[in-house]
Design a protein around this ligand. Sequence first.
Ligand SMILES: Cc1cc2nc3c(=O)[nH]c(=O)nc-3n(C[C@H](O)[C@H](O)[C@H](O)COP(=O)(O)O)c2cc1C
Length: 173
Amino acid sequence: MEVYEALRTRRTVRQFKPDPVPDEALNKVLQAARWAPSSRNEQPWRLVVVRDREKLRAIGETARTGGFIADAPVAVALVMDHADQPRMDGGRALQQMELMAWSEGMGTCFVTLPPDQESRIKELLDIPPDLDLVTVLPFGYRPDDFRSRGVPRKPLAEMVHFERFGNRAPSRV
Ligand SMILES: Cc1cc2nc3c(=O)[nH]c(=O)nc-3n(C[C@H](O)[C@H](O)[C@H](O)COP(=O)(O)O)c2cc1C
């Protein structure tokens, strides 16, 4: 069980090697989403796999903070039907895919899609209007020297309160 190692080392990756992602590796990532927990086990996820270069380019041009999608060998659009707890369920499936991809030597980057960008990408992928497009998650093998913006974390002492909010007694964890 090396979950902690994957959790600790995972970084957001915005550069990808051009190598294709084999079906077996992609399947593991999709399975990771499938096994995510969801409220009332609704399993409200729909996953649109995109490998078509033109579509990836068009998505990268549309997603203002996700231009790198254009350079990814594959991306998965996370589409949700009406979930009891859409944010929780969506986040869980995404995190599982990101960790699975990381453990396979790949990298991913969660991309924020404001409503105008979301609707354009929905049209591009023929996603029905009544479903929500949460994000498009690009995948690819990570270069050894990929640039990470995200390593620093606040110390636990800034996040954790003991027994009551505001009690910052020294942590034993
Ligand atoms: C909800 C959410 C939205 C994000 N949106 C974007 C985005 O639009 N573009 C981007 O480059 N990174 C995006 N990120 C990646 C974060 O910037 C990154 O996870 C954070 O800086 C921590 O870095 P790390 O994942 O390498 O530890 C997003 C992450 C989350 C969780």
